[in-house]
Design a binder for this molecule. Structure first.
Ligand code: B12
Ligand code: NAG
Ligand code: NAG
Ligand code: NAG
Ligand code: NAG
Length: 417
C-alpha cells in the first residue's frame, strides 16, 4: 500500500513539474531558423582549449542540441575537472546545471553547493537586487537535484527577497522566477499551505515587475535581458496582469540577431534556449543519446565588403568623484582609431598616448571587465565599479563588444551599484 501511495505522489509530483512548460510558447519561423543556427555555431566556436570553460554555453548547447560534439565533450570534461574552491555560488550552480545537462553526475559539486546555500545570508539587509542573481541560480540547481531538501533553503531565500526593497533588476527577477517556479512546482502534495503562499507571492511580484518592462516593440528590459525574461514568462505559474505577446518579442529578437547584436558567446547562451522553446527548467530532461553529428543549415551571407579603414575620433573621459579626495580626477582626451574598432581599442590608444588613462581588465564569462582605471579599482565590498556611458546613457555592452561611432563621447565614471 505504501509503495502505491508513493507511486501516486511521484506521479502527481511529475505532473506538477511539467504542466506549465508549454504555456505562452512561440517558435522561430522555419525561414529564420538558419539565422538562429548561425549564432549557435558562433557560440560553439568559442569553446577552445585555451578559453575559460563557460557553463552557460554548455547548458545552451545541450538544450538546443549541440552541433559540435567535440566542443560539447571538451567543455563537459573541463567543467568536471574544475576546482570548486575557485568558483562563486553562482558559477558553481551553473557548473552543476551544465554537468546535469550533459547527463553527468555533478557529484560533490552539488553537495558543496547545498552546504553553501544552507549557510547563505545576504551581505546586508538591503543588498542590491543583482546580488540575488547567483543565489537564484543556486536554488534552481539544487531544486533540480533534490527538491524536498531545497524547500527550507528556498523559503528562507524567498523571505529575504520579499523583505528587500532595492530597485528591481530584471535579469535577477527572471532568474529568481525560474528558481522559485521549479520549487513551487515541486511542493509535495499535502505539505503546508504556507510554502505555496510564500513562493506564490514572490513569483507574482517578480512576474509583475518583469511584465512592466515589456516595451511596445516586444523587447523586455534590454535586448540582453530579453532571453531570461522570456524563460521566466513562459514557465511562471502566476500570470501577470499585462498579457505578453511572445511572437512579438520573438520577432524583435530575430531582428536584432540580423543586425549582428548577438555575437558575444554569453549573450547567445542566454538567448538561445528561448529561441528553441526551452528554459533552464528543462536541464534535467535533456536526452543524451549519442547523436550523430548534424550539419546546421546556416544562411549564406553576402561576403562583407572590406570598408576603407578610415579613422574616427572618440572623445574619452575618465571621471572619479568618489574615491580618495586627493585622487579625484576628471580628464578628457580625443582618440583616433580605425572605424569599426571596439571601445577596448580606444582605451588602449588613450593609455598609449597618456599614462593617466592606464587601465586593467579582469576576464569573466561575458569577456573583459574594466576593473581599474588610473589606479582606482572596483571593489565589491564598497559596491564600486567603472560604469561606461555614451553621453549620459549607460552602454549595454562591454568594452570588447561596443563599437563607438565618430565623435561619440564615451565616459568611464567610477560609481556605486
Ligand atoms: C551583477 C551584474 C553586474 C555587476 C557585477 C559585479 C557584482 N558584484 O555583481 C556590475 C554592476 C559591476 C556590472 C557592471 C556592468 N555590467 Co553587468 N550585469 C550583472 C548581472 C545582473 C548579473 C551577473 C552575475 O552575477 N552573473 C552570475 C555569475 C555566476 O556569472 P559570472 O560570469 O561569474 O558573473 C560575472 C560577470 O557577469 C561580470 N559582469 C557583470 N556585468 C558584466 C558586463 C560585462 C560587459 C562583462 C564583460 C562582465 C560583466 O560580473 C559578474 C560577477 O563577477 C548581469 C545579468 C546577466 N544576464 O548576466 C549583467 C550584465 C552581464 N551586465 C551588463 C552590462 C552591460 C554591464 C556594464 C557594461 C554596464 C555599463 N554601462 O557600464 C558594466 C561593466 C563595465 C566595465 N567596467 O567593464 C550586460 C551585458 C550585456 C552584453 N551584451 O554585454 C548584462 C547582461 C545586463 C543586461 N541584461 O544588459 N554588472
Ligand atoms: C515588484 O513590484 C511590486 C509592486 O508591484 C513591489 O511590491 C515589489 O517589491 C517589486 N520588486 C520585486 C523584486 O518583486
Ligand atoms: C568633468 O569635465 C567635463 C568637461 O571636461 C565637465 O563638463 C563636467 O561637468 C566635469 N564633471 C565634474 C564632476 O567635474
Ligand atoms: C588612425 O588610428 C590608428 C589607431 O587605430 C593610429 O595609430 C593612427 O595614427 C590614426 N591615423 C590618423 C591619421 O589619425
Ligand atoms: C558619476 O558617478 C558619480 C558618483 O557616483 C555620480 O554622482 C554621477 O551622477 C555619475 N555621473 C553620471 C553621468 O552618471
Amino acid at each position: 500500500m505504501a509503495w502505491f501511495t508513493l507511486y501516486l505522489l511521484n506521479l502527481l509530483w511529475g505532473m506538477a513539474g511539467t504542466s506549465t512548460q508549454t504555456r505562452s510558447s512561440c517558435s522561430v519561423p522555419p525561414a529564420q531558423q538558419p539565422l538562429v543556427n548561425s549564432i549557435q555555431v558562433l557560440m560553439e566556436s568559442s569553446v577552445t582549449d585555451s578559453a575559460l570553460p563557460n557553463p552557460s554555453v554548455l547548458i545552451a548547447m545541450n538544450l538546443a542540441g549541440a552541433y559540435n560534439m567535440e566542443a560539447q565533450k571538451l567543455l563537459t570534461y573541463k567543467l568536471m575537472a574544475s576546482d570548486t574552491a575557485d568558483l562563486t555560488i553562482g558559477q558553481l550552480a551553473l557548473t552543476v546545471m551544465a554537468l546535469t545537462s550533459s547527463c553527468r553526475d555533478p557529484g560533490d559539486k552539488a553537495s558543496i553547493l547545498q552546504r553553501q546555500m544552507e549557510n547563505w545570508a545576504p551581505s546586508n539587509p538591503n543588498a542590491e537586487a543583482s546580488s540575488f542573481y547567483g543565489p537564484s541560480l543556486a536554488i534552481l540547481a539544487l531544486c533540480q537535484k533534490n527538491p524536498e531538501r531545497t524547500l527550507p533553503i528556498a523559503a528562507r531565500f524567498a523571505k529575504t527577497l520579499l523583505a528587500n526593497s532595492s530597485p528591481f533588476n530584471i535579469d535577477t527577477g527572471a532568474m529568481a522566477t525560474l528558481a522559485l517556479t521549479c520549487v513551487y512546482n515541486k511542493i509535495p502534495v499535502g505539505s503546508e499551505e504556507g510554502y505555496r503562499t510564500l513562493f506564490g507571492q514572490v513569483l507574482k511580484d517578480a512576474v509583475e515587475n518583469i511584465s512592466m518592462r515589456i516595451k511596445d516593440n516586444g523587447i523586455i528590459g534590454s535586448i540582453y535581458s530579453t532571453g531570461l525574461a522570456m524563460q521566466a514568462l513562459s514557465v511562471t505559474p502566476k500570470q501577470p496582469n499585462k498579457e505578453w505577446n511572445c511572437k512579438k518579442t520573438m520577432d524583435a529578437i530575430l531582428n536584432e540577431i540580423k543586425q549582428g547584436k548577438f555575437h558575444n558567446p554569453m549573450s547567445i547562451a542566454q538567448i538561445l534556449p528561448s529561441l528553441e522553446g526551452k528554459t533552464y527548467l528543462d536541464v534535467p530532461h535533456v536526452s543524451c543519446s549519442p547523436d550523430h553529428e548534424v550539419q546546421p543549415t546556416v544562411p549564406n551571407y553576402p561576403s562583407p565588403v572590406p570598408s576603407a579603414a578610415s579613422n574616427i575620433t572618440v572623445i574619452y573621459t575618465i571621471n572619479n568623484q568618489l574615491r580618495g579626495v586627493e585622487l579625484l580626477f576628471n580628464v578628457t582626451t580625443d582618440v583616433s582609431v580605425k572605424s569599426g574598432s571596439v571601445l577596448l581599442v580606444v582605451l588602449e590608444e588613450a593609455q598609449r598616448k597618456n599614462p593617466t588613462f592606464k587601465f586593467e581588465t579582469t576576464m569573466t564569462s561575458w569577456g573583459p571587465v574594466v576593473s581599474s582605471i588610473n589606479n582606482i579599482a572596483e571593489n565589491v565590498n564598497h559596491k564600486t565599479y567603472w560604469q561606461f556611458l555614451s553621453g549620459k546613457t549607460p552602454l549595454n555592452e562591454g568594452v570588447a563588444d561596443y563599437i563607438p561611432f565618430n565623435h561619440e563621447h564615451i565616459t568611464a565614471n567610477f560609481t556605486q551599484y
